[in-house]
Design a protein around this ligand. Structure first.
Ligand SMILES: Nc1ncnc2c1ncn2[C@@H]1O[C@H](COP(=O)(O)OP(=O)(O)OP(=O)(O)O)[C@@H](O)[C@H]1O
Ligand SMILES: Cc1ncsc1CCO
Ligand SMILES: [Mg+2]
Length: 292
């Protein structure tokens, strides 16, 4: 079932306050519990993903070799699966690891990099989506492609608008049971009923390779300590606030990347929630488009 974006109606102040409280608790728990996040990520951005996870307070493990990746999925607190580069070993590990994570009830997050552009990864994404991911996190073009809608995607970067992806996000959430998080100038997070939009951040995030990949990593870390919806909202808010802080001191994309990792680390949970409150809108849908 799909919904028109205009059927997404504003939520109450109480719902918004409850979500902000849950964001505070989730960020606190990431730092207190240091979740072990197994990352099957791409060769381009692996270092940034690990550094952002460490800066946030999580413990990354880039364990992606067939034969041991599925073993760690039983022990890890969460798993990130990123389709950015598609070597044969990576594909084999992804298949066995998502099955292991599902069996062990370890939450896992899919980042469907460039799905819709290339058929090998598009087929792999469809194949693994049946293994109950907690969150699917991608840009608007990727989420549209996952839903089987026409997408303007050409490479790893989005060519579609986040608001155009709401219908697609709802379709993917309905089909997989996952929370869907769409990143862009405004981020959108939905479980198929609640729709959260977050503004903030900085365009410099798009000139640093791996912004989306690292966001997927932080979403995964947070699924270890919070519900998938709260995890995706917390990670998005954390990125938006840290990017704004980093942009104040950076002189370009290179220094921004270093400043961004510093800002992820420096952000207090109180400040994170204050900044999230300034850029967060909560809405809800029902099957008929009426207020839930
Ligand atoms: N125009 C923008 N202004 C502010 N923040 C943005 C903008 N575009 C994207 N972002 C932020 O950048 C981060 C990464 O999102 P993006 O949509 O670029 O992911 P992606 O396309 O998957 O990136 P990647 O290149 O890592 O694959 C998110 O936190 C998002 O909110
Ligand atoms: C640039 C690039 N190419 C394959 S994966 C990747 C990182 C952004 O998704
Ligand atoms: Mg991406």
């Amino acid at each position: 079932m799909t919904h028109a974006p205009e059927n997404d109606l504003p939520g109450s102040a109480a719902e918004r306050d409850a979500l902000l409280g849950a964001v505070h608790e989730a960020a606190t728990q990431v730092r207190e519990r240091t979740p072990l996040v197994q990352c099957l990520t791409n060769e381009v951005t692996v270092n940034l993903v690990a550094n952002v996870l460490l800066a946030a307070g999580a413990s990354p493990a880039m364990v992606a070799t067939p034969g041991e990746a599925e073993e760690l999925a039983h022990v890890a607190d969460a798993v990130l699966v990123n389709l950015g580069t598609m070597g044969a070993d990576h594909r084999a590990s992804i298949r066995s690891t998502v099955a292991a994570a599902e069996g062990a009830r370890t939450p896992w997050v899919l980042d469907p990099v460039a799905v819709g552009v290339l058929s090998l990864r598009t087929r792999l994404a469809a194949e693994i989506l049946v293994h109950t991911p907690a969150v699917v996190r991608g840009n608007a073009s990727e989420i549209r492609a996952l839903a089987g809608l026409a997408s303007a995607g050409r490479g790893v970067d989005a060519r579609d608008d986040v608001d155009d992806a709401l219908t697609a996000a709802l379709a993917v959430a309905g089909r997989t049971g996952a929370v869907v998080a769409v990143s862009g100038e405004t981020d959108l997070v939905t479980d198929g009923v609640t729709v959260v939009r977050l503004t903030g951040g900085d365009p410099l995030l798009t000139l640093m390779t791996g912004g989306g990949c690292a966001l997927g990593g932080l979403v995964a870390a947070t699924t270890a300590v919070a519900s998938p919806l709260v995890a995706a909202v917390t990670a998005s808010a954390w990125f938006n606030a840290a990017a704004s802080d980093a942009a104040l001191v950076a002189s370009g994309p290179g220094s921004f990347a270093a400043a961004f990792v510093d800002a992820v680390h420096a952000l207090t949970t109180d400040t994170l929630v204050e900044r999230a409150a300034a850029g967060l809108r909560v809405g809800a849908l029902t099957a008929t488009g009426a207020r839930a």
